[in-house]
Design a protein around this ligand. Structure first.
Ligand SMILES: [Fe+2]
Length: 354
């Protein structure tokens, strides 16, 4: 695939003007400039902005009112929305607010374009979640600079999301290696988020529990099948290898910013309050709360599902084991009691992979 660049370094999709055009292979450095949604009820304004942005190499899609804008955001996934404030039906503020309240679109940058200079209009825009403002008549240099920096930021967060989705897919591949753990990740994500909700944790923490349900055992990718799937008793050295999965998983999550709160779950879900767990032998409150939660639901799921060497146990049997582990000093009494009070059923999350 090739893109065309003017000698000035400005990308363009104008293939008719061949004068001074270089053809370069697409690399990580040379990417299409991005997609911009222009929203304005004045056709002349749309035409002007479209011409300016197209000249800069952007793909431009347009909408003439707020409702159409929301539909376009959902269907075309723009990297930037440039939107007039005063429009029929929905105002720019209302559209901006809806974009920012939808988890699927909240990271899409929105620039409000207004002829209104008053302070309260700007405050209203900021309250609606606008990322920036442009004043009519739009200065082409200002437009170029704002569009460039906001699209770059959007691309950066998209790349983070992509990296996270690769890791999430990898977790499901690992689960698929072992037929007997089918649905384990999905169930843990469901149990842990219910548990977190009952504990009044923040939205961010509950999100981490959901991801942690999928990712907690991702380090098992580094354990050979011969050990991971071994039907008989493990040797001491094989068990030591299994015990390395939290550290391998922690390393795999690496420096992904979006997994910052998930990493402690991955690393510490096998720790015990008395320090007899692994990999770090943490004690008491040093074990992150989210990791303690995952440890509890992991035990519950292990007991209530069928394995090659045992049939599925009941919820009561799993609760009894958890209380036994409280007595041994491995688990937090209050947390286990709260979990039991939720009366979660083993069939809650089903057994099928999403
Ligand atoms: Fe584990």
């Amino acid at each position: 695939m090739f893109v065309e660049l003017h000698r000035s370094g400005i990308a363009t999709d104008n293939v008719e003007d061949r004068h001074g055009v270089l053809t370069l292979p697409t690399t990580d450095v040379v990417r299409p400039a991005g997609k911009v949604l222009v929203v304005d009820d004045e056709a002349a304004n749309v035409k002007l902005l479209k011409a300016l942005l197209t000249r800069e190499g952007y793909t431009v899609v347009t909408a003439c009112d707020g409702e159409e804008a929301l539909a376009m955001v959902a269907s075309t996934h723009p990297d930037l929305v440039l939107m007039d404030v005063l429009m029929p039906k929905l105002s720019g503020y209302e559209v901006c607010e809806r974009i920012k309240h939808n988890p699927a679109t909240r990271l899409t940058p929105v620039v409000l374009i207004t002829a209104l200079h008053e302070r309260e209009h700007k405050i209203q825009g900021i309250t609606a979640g606008a990322d920036d403002f442009l004043t009519k008549p739009v200065d082409p240099h200002e437009l170029r600079a704002r569009a460039h920096s906001l699209v770059r930021l959007k691309r950066y967060t998209d790349d983070l999301d992509s990296a996270e989705s690769v890791i999430m897919s990898l977790a499901l591949v690992i689960e698929a290696r072992d037929a007997y753990t089918d649905g384990h990740c999905q169930r843990l994500a469901a149990y842990a988020t219910l548990f977190g909700t009952a504990l009044n944790l923040s939205e961010e923490e509950i999100g981490a529990l959901f991801r942690g349900g999928y990712l907690h055992d991702i380090g098992k990718v580094g354990i050979p099948d011969a050990i991971l799937l071994k039907a008989g008793r493990l040797t001491v050295s094989e068990y030591e290898q299994i015990k390395s999965h939290p550290v391998i998983g922690d390393r795999l999550c690496g420096e992904l910013r979006s997994l910052r709160q998930v990493r402690p779950i991955v690393r510490h879900h096998h720790e015990r309050l008395d320090g007899s767990g692994y990999p770090d032998g943490l004690k008491g409150d040093d074990i992150p709360l989210l990791a303690q939660i995952m440890g509890i639901v992991d035990v519950y799921d292990a007991i209530t599902t069928k394995r090659p060497y045992k049939s599925a146990g009941t919820s009561d049997e799993a609760h009894a084991e958890l209380l036994h582990e409280v007595q041994r000093g491995w688990r937090h009494k209050g947390l286990v009691e709260t979990f039991i009070s939720l009366k979660i059923e083993p069939s809650l999350a089903g057994g099928s992979r999403p």
